[in-house]
Design a protein around this ligand. Structure first.
Ligand SMILES: NC(=O)c1ccc[n+]([C@@H]2O[C@H](COP(=O)([O-])OP(=O)(O)OC[C@H]3O[C@@H](n4cnc5c(N)ncnc54)[C@H](OP(=O)(O)O)[C@@H]3O)[C@@H](O)[C@H]2O)c1
Length: 415
């Protein structure tokens, strides 16, 4: 075979790849909503690069006031300037937020609430990927992927819920990933990450954190049902951003993957479409708790349908961050609380009634049938009251509650 034949074959392969790429691009879907976001307040985490930066640009273009929550204010300022070279629309407000540190999240939430009385869209976008062997941890010593990608966003969402609930309709967009399907939820190890081992290309800690994103989204949607706050999880696809910048894979090893990357990898403009669609599309106004891929609703994999995992993750996250803990306690002990309220009302009623009867003459003993009936009900309820009260106290103190997690045990015992 001569040179012309090789050139023809190479040309045919190139044209073939190009056509397949074009066909794939058409499958990826675009956000077709023309919604004007003027007057809306949007918060984007990790707004200084990649998908966060592009989301911020597109939302500002539509007139929104976008709070750019970034951990590095210099990068945030540079990102703002970049956006301003494209559009003068909307408002851009950079604010400091390090999702790897609870103190920073609390201080961010405080500052946000001082400046804004409502929040229309919260886009939980920031994310990290570090090699597992780096053993990176957050300020509070949690495994970095769990800590930043899930726990930080869990806490932020909990602290801003009241601002999301002030309007008639608001949205929480969770930028997860299709890699959640490879994740595993292991209550005893997920926060500590002490059982992580990377085999092959897939980073298990990242996949686990993305599974947490999806489980959190489903549970949150259930909690917020009927409240006007809608929750959407989404996967942007495989996008060319700086997400893998800490990867130790050499460029040499990447060369064989280049044709695959050419076929499958999206530009930031293509990758951002699904999260933008979740943030603004009128078509999703009535939906909540679903997963979106290529701007369309997708089925959850079985791993995301594990109800026990969903509840355990919620309880663990609430316990670790303190955010949402009130909700957990209210749900778990609602029978006790209801009974306490009934008992309190009966006690107040009984004592007020007898005081009223005996006020003038304290030595007078008057047992009207009504008072007697109330007394009987009060005494019966008191038995239940003490039973539930004791049971709750025992449940809260029972060491078994913490025993299934060696890491949590260590944490609770102050080491
Ligand atoms: N790219 C993909 O192929 C892909 C696929 C599926 C899902 N996703 C998801 O898409 C989201 C956006 O990622 P990307 O691809 O746009 O990557 P990226 O360009 O690396 O953006 C990640 C952003 O998160 C910020 N961030 C990291 N740690 C933070 C912390 N502790 N506190 C606050 N912000 C922090 C980064 O800030 P710095 O610049 O300061 O580091 C950066 O702005 C992530 O959740 C990722 O998991 C991406």
């Amino acid at each position: 075979m001569g040179l012309p034949s090789y050139l023809c074959a190479a040309g045919a392969v190139a044209v073939g790849l190009y056509l397949v790429r074009r066909w794939r691009v058409r499958q990826w879907g675009r956000c077709t909503s023309q919604r004007d976001m003027t007057g809306k307040v949007v918060l984007v985490t990790g707004a200084n690069s990649g998908l966060g930066l592009e989301s911020t640009r597109l939302l500002a273009e539509r007139g929104a006031a976008v709070v750019m929550a970034c951990r590095d204010m210099k990068k945030a300022e540079e990102a703002l300037q970049k956006i301003r070279r494209h559009t003068q629309n909307g408002q851009l407000i950079p604010m400091e937020l390090d999702l790897a540190d609870f103190d920073s999240i609390k201080s961010f939430a405080r500052h946000f609430k001082e400046q804004f009385s409502r929040l229309d869209v919260l886009m939980n976008n920031a994310g990290v990927v570090y090699p597992v062997e780096a053993h990176k941890r957050t300020a509070q010593n949690y495994e970095i992927h769990f800590g930043v990608n899930h726990l930080g966003h869990f806490m932020l969402t909990g602290l801003l819920l009241d601002r999301l609930q002030t309007g008639t309709s608001s949205r929480i967009v969770i930028v997860a990933s299709g890699l959640y399907k490879n994740g595993r939820f292991d209550l005893a190890h997920i926060a500590n990450g002490d059982n992580l081992k990377q085999e092959g290309y897939l980073n298990p800690a990242y996949a686990n954190s993305k599974l947490c994103n999806v489980l959190f989204g489903r549970r949150l949607a259930r909690l917020l049902e009927g409240s006007g706050v809608h929750v959407y999880s989404c996967c942007p696809g495989w996008v060319y951003t700086g997400l893998s910048r800490h990867s130790r894979l050499s460029w040499l090893k990447m060369i064989p993957a280049l044709p695959i990357m050419f076929l499958f990898m999206r530009t930031v403009g293509q990758g951002v479409q699904t999260q933008l669609n979740c943030a603004i599309s009128e078509d999703l106004e009535k939906e909540s708790g679903h997963m979106y891929v290529d701007c369309k609703r997708a089925q959850y994999a079985p791993v995301a349908q594990d109800e026990r995992a969903m509840d355990s993750l919620w309880d663990l996250s609430a316990q670790l961050t303190g955010a949402g803990l009130v909700g957990v306690l209210l749900t778990r002990f609602r029978a006790t609380l209801a009974l306490n309220a009934v008992y309190l009302a009966l006690s107040v009623g009984l004592h007020s009634w007898s005081l009223d009867r005996q006020w003038a003459d304290p030595y007078l003993v008057v047992w009207t049938p009504g008072l007697l009936a109330l007394y009987a009900v009060h005494r019966i309820v008191s038995v239940l009251h003490y039973y539930f009260y004791k049971r709750t106290a025992l449940e809260l103190c029972d060491p078994e509650l913490y025993e299934d997690s060696p890491w949590l045990q260590k944490y609770l015992h102050g080491s």
